[in-house]
Design a protein around this ligand. Structure first.
Ligand code: AKB
Length: 326
């Protein structure tokens, strides 16, 4: 992994993954791929090359691969679960036709491909507790349908053509750099913004709804480590369960209130997001990722809450009230 194209580099994962790859792998080039209207800004723009890279435009992607001698593509272009329910045809176009374009280019030009899967690849008939690596995957959302199909198509290109495809099933990702948009797990990010700014938080997910979650630094490390793993140890490829923490809204709010007691929450459950959340695992079993490529997480709930609050306060120039008292 030396010359890398990150498609979707201005999104929640891409904006941080691009910077990490540039920092951790300085010998090559990491190209920030974006679509017009979501141009990279600041350090993301100044620290390396950027190119328009629309997954639905195969020629555009092929040209970038040739221009920079790309050997690895991180294909992060996707509509998240709630948006995909509103725009299922667009979700299919980006997630499936886009993926097919990338896999064909990868086959012709010998490029490795990472396309994330998700807890969304599971459905109501999947065992919800300790969801095994290999189990029933019958999702009921368009997002889930595309994620299962992504896993299958990526494995197909590996077994049929030898394309080096690898992936992880991300939990809900919590981060402070770029907000997510249109996901079911977004509440677990949005509540931090409300807490730090002293605003009331309207929660779209009902109390008692458990979902897997992960802090962004762990997710980024997983995305790098899986692509650098020794292939002879990989029994699975697309896609590995990875887990870090599982909580329901009240547990998260209690952890935030330990640091910001004034947090106010009102529930206004969104039926679309709630139905999706109810169909997803409560917690996944990630033993295969641990055994096959040494996956382990660093952040638990308390570490993550501390770091999120500290960084959002810096981002918004808000003093820590406890520090002021000292
Ligand atoms: C979503 O909520 O749609 C995503 C995911 C878990 O894949 N964050």
């Amino acid at each position: 992994m030396k010359n890398i194209l990150v498609i979707g580099s201005t999104g929640q994962i891409g904006s941080e993954l691009t910077m990490k790859l540039r920092h951790d792998l300085p010998g090559g080039v990491t190209v920030a791929g974006y679509i017009p209207g979501s141009e990279p800004k600041g350090k993301l723009l100044t620290s390396g090359p950027a190119e328009v890279a629309n997954v639905t435009n195969a020629q555009q992607i092929a040209d970038i691969v040739d221009k920079y001698d790309i050997d690895t593509i991180y294909n992060l272009a996707a509509l998240l679960s709630a948006t995909a329910e509103r725009r299922p045809l667009l979700a299919w176009d980006i997630q499936m036709n886009g993926l097919l374009n990338i896999l064909e280019i990868a086959r012709e030009k010998h490029v490795a491909v990472f396309t994330p899967s998700s807890i969304g690849s599971f459905g109501p008939s999947t065992p919800h507790d300790n969801t095994p690596q290999d189990t029933i995957q019958r999702p009921t959302s368009m997002y889930g349908v595309t994620k299962v199909a992504t896993e299958l198509l990526s494995d197909y290109y590996y077994t049929k053509y030898g394309v080096d495809t690898r992936s992880v099933r991300f939990p809900g990702l919590i981060s402070y750099t770029t907000p997510p948009g249109g996901g079911t797990t977004d509440y677990a990010v949005e509540v931090f913004y409300a807490a730090v700014k002293g605003e009331e938080f309207i929660c779209p997910i009902a109390p008692g709804t458990y979902m897997d979650m992960m802090y962004m630094p762990d997710a980024l490390q997983a995305a790098v480590d899986i692509m650098r793993a020794r292939p002879q140890y990989l029994k699975h490829r697309n896609s590995f369960n990875i887990a870090a923490m599982s909580f329901e809204p009240e547990e998260l709010f209690a952890a935030i209130r330990k640091r910001i007691p004034s947090l106010k929450v009102r529930y206004q459950v969104d039926p679309v997001r709630q139905a999706i959340a109810d169909s997803w695992p409560d917690r996944m079993d990630d033993i295969c990722a641990r055994k096959e490529w040494g996956w382990s997480h660093s952040y638990d709930l308390d570490d993550m809450v501390d770091d999120m609050i500290r960084n959002l306060r810096i981002k918004f120039g808000i003093e820590d009230p406890l520090k002021i008292k000292d």
